[in-house]
Design a protein around this ligand. Structure first.
Ligand code: PAF
Length: 283
């Protein structure tokens, strides 16, 4: 396994892979890897000849007052895990190579509409930062296939829309969310929770699961389900951000006749913002 931070070095390697007709799988991450990330790497290992994992804590996707400075950086542990999975290259660019002219002057990629709702409404500019860095990483790695976790459901839809809109020549694969035994979705941000918050955290999953079950049972009382869900979160000790029942592709509010849905939730425990979602295909 090679760790490369130099973009020219990565490109030289990329040329060799291309000459040899190898298929490149890419897993972009911000590091602090957990089993959710590793499941993306395993999917890439199954489907590609070469697997590249990037680790870059992207300043452009963090808002003012968010956790950019405290975001856990654990390169030694991450490298050991990736090596044991047989990853070929860890790409660790630095911020001055990704944003040589600084964030203010940076050309950006924005996917309108879908980027402004739900998480995008709570975190203005977040998806612009994601779309911009992912475009840059795609241009550097030039993968045939890239893997994203379904836990960041809206992110996956934004990336898919971007790839289609900009005619990017690669496939996007989303991999189902990995959960702890109590249902909590795996996330680097779980590491911020104290013991009491960690005990409360799976309530988010339970609330979304109960809404899913109610929809399966035939309920079409979306507003009431959302209201009850928010109340349960608040009673458990969360500060709810949103619960939404949306069309699984467009993320527009779901009509009662729609079958392909996703139930999404975000809520704060102290300063930690947790998100989760459950896709649902009604018969
Ligand atoms: O999902 C993440 O970790 C990040 O948003 C990503 C896709 C690596 C872009 O910085």
């Amino acid at each position: 396994m090679q760790t490369i931070s130099d973009i020219a070095q990565l490109r030289a390697l990329r040329r060799e892979w291309q000459i040899n007709g190898l298929r490149i799988g890419f897993v972009p991450t911000m590091g602090n890897l957990h089993l959710g990330h590793l499941s993306l790497v395993e999917a890439a290992k199954r489907e590609a000849d070469i697997v590249v994992v990037s680790i870059f804590v992207n300043p452009m996707q963090f808002g003012a007052g968010e956790d950019l400075d405290n975001y856990p950086r654990t390169l030694a542990e991450d490298s050991a895990q990736l090596e044991s999975l047989g990853v070929d290259v860890i790409f660790t660019p630095c911020a001055k190579d990704i944003y040589p002219r600084g964030l203010e002057q940076q050309t950006f990629v924005e996917v309108p509409g879908i980027s402004y709702m739900i998480c995008g409404a709570s975190r203005p500019g977040h998806f612009r930062g994601v779309a911009t860095v992912v475009t840059k990483l795609f241009n550097m790695v030039q993968p045939n296939i890239a893997y994203f976790g379904e836990k960041d459901y809206q992110q996956v839809q934004v990336i898919k829309a971007m790839v289609a809109d900009l005619s990017m020549n690669l496939d996007i694969v989303s991999v189902p969310t990995m959960r702890h035994e109590d249902g909590l979705a795996m996330s680097s941000r779980n590491g911020y929770l104290n013991a009491q918050q960690r005990a409360i955290a799976p309530t988010l999953y339970r609330v979304l699961s109960d809404i899913k079950q109610a929809l399966i049972n035939g309920s079409n009382e979306h507003s009431q389900l959302i209201k009850d869900g928010n109340e349960r979160l608040a009673e458990a000790g969360f500060k709810p951000d949103y619960i939404e029942i949306r069309n699984a592709q467009t993320l527009q509010p779901a009509g009662f006749a729609e079958k392909e849905l996703v139930i999404l939730g975000a809520a704060f425990l102290g300063k930690t913002r947790l998100i989760d979602n459950l896709p649902l295909a009604l018969p």
